[in-house]
Design a protein around this ligand. Structure first.
Ligand code: DHB
Length: 389
């Protein structure tokens, strides 16, 4: 198989790039080890920055995000038993959209199918070679037949356990890691929304996030120990914990049957640089953010927006200039998002050994945010997404 750009990974990142390249007349082949159904059934975050929505709409991937997604003009910060609204529209004139990642994936997979894109799911034995010269990707298809893709560039969009990342020799890359002493307990429940917008709650018992999916399905999370066994929790115990973390002012959550419960990993990671020879990394393959603030998918889409422009310039003019700038341009936003996700996390979560001082200081920081336009504007700007560079 001969193509211009070989893409490893058909999650939202890989499909987005393949779609954008096709619109610029550039060929790509995407391979993916999971089935389409497996990806559709992976539960991920649900918030899109304004710029991510514009990319999906303007490039012809999704109208559904506008028709079925829910525009949110703010969020609530909840602490000391009271809610405080952060009004994004008033502060920065932007919104975010509640539109789950699985829907973004479905729109992208449908768009690639509609446009006859070459996307191969369920492949096995993937390997990548010669990334410093003329790259090749080897894989076995669902019939057990071995193939090789010859391409000009390989894009590693193969998630946090990326095999492509391993092709950058240890001496040529820096792995920036941060672990956190907690995780999230996430649930899906069949219940009506408890509030019109998302609630990020600080409490004596730790963080909780009240998010949404549809009129009848809600997504909620609470901070837990990373070794917590999700299946050991009864529905009654989960609701008691969630209710306790948002209590105050007569507010309570609307409860319903819980049909999914799991503990989510929690860490920060950045691989630098995001390029090695003719290999480019993007999305989770290059970086992981803690979930607070929902930046993961948004960063992946931005990587692909930037990488597409660089590849399009190369194929139009032969110039490597934009390709050379890719890593630095992408990392600029990656690190800003790392900082924002870290900041949101430490603002709202309770450290295992937190003292009264730590708790009072956190409450003072929250108070500084909600009582000041200057204080809340950073949150609004970062949450809705900085202007694109
Ligand atoms: C969701 C997840 C997040 O991490 C977040 O900050 C907001 C929303 C969600 O799954 O809906």
């Amino acid at each position: 198989i001969r193509t211009q750009v070989g893409i490893v990974g058909a999650g939202p990142a890989g499909l987005m790039l393949s779609h954008l390249l096709a619109r610029s007349g550039i060929d790509s082949v995407v391979i993916e080890k999971r089935t389409r159904t497996q990806i559709e059934e992976t539960i991920r975050a649900g918030i899109l920055e304004a710029g991510s929505v514009r990319l999906l709409v303007d490039s012809g991937v999704s109208r559904r995000v506008l028709d079925e997604g829910d525009e949110h003009e703010g969020v609530e910060l909840r602490f000391s038993g009271e809610g405080h609204r952060i009004d994004f529209q008033d502060l920065v004139g932007e919104s975010v959209w509640l539109y789950p990642q699985t829907e973004v994936f479905i729109d992208l997979a449908d768009a690639r199918e509609r446009d006859d894109g070459d996307v191969r799911f369920s492949v096995t034995d993937t390997s990548v070679t010669d990334v410093l010269g003329s790259p090749r990707i080897q894989f076995t298809d669902t019939e057990g037949m071995a193939h090789e893709i010859e391409c000009d560039f390989v894009v590693g969009a193969d998630g946090s356990r990326s095999i492509c990342r391993q092709l950058i020799p240890a001496g040529e890359r820096t792995d920036n890691f941060r672990e956190y002493p907690f995780a999230w307990f996430g649930i899906l429940t069949e219940a009506p929304p408890s509030a019109p917008e998302l609630i990020y709650a600080h409490s004596d018992r730790g963080f909780a996030l009240i998010s949404q999916r549809t009129e009848t399905v809600q997504r909620m999370y609470f901070q837990c120990d990373p070794t917590e066994d999700a299946s050991a929790w009864s529905e009654a115990r989960i609701w008691e914990e969630l209710q306790a973390r948002v209590a105050g002012n007569g507010f309570s959550l609307k409860e319903g049957p819980i049909f999914d419960q799991m503990v989510l990993p929690f860490r920060s990671y950045v691989c630098e640089p995001m390029r090695y020879g003719n290999l480019f990394l993007a999305g989770d393959a290059a970086h992981t953010v803690p979930p607070t603030g929902a930046k993961g998918l948004n960063l992946a889409l931005n990587d692909m927006r930037v990488l597409h422009l660089a590849l399009a310039e190369f194929y139009a003019t032969g110039s490597q200039r934009e390709l050379d700038a890719y890593s630095e341009r992408a990392l600029n936003r990656v690190w800003k998002s790392q900082n924002f996700s870290y900041w949101m996390t430490t603002l709202l979560h309770t450290m295992p050994a937190a003292s009264d001082f730590d708790n009072r200081r956190q409450l003072a920081e929250l108070n500084s945010i909600v009582t000041s336009r200057a204080g809340s504007t950073y949150l609004a700007e970062a949450y809705t997404g900085w202007p694109q560079n």
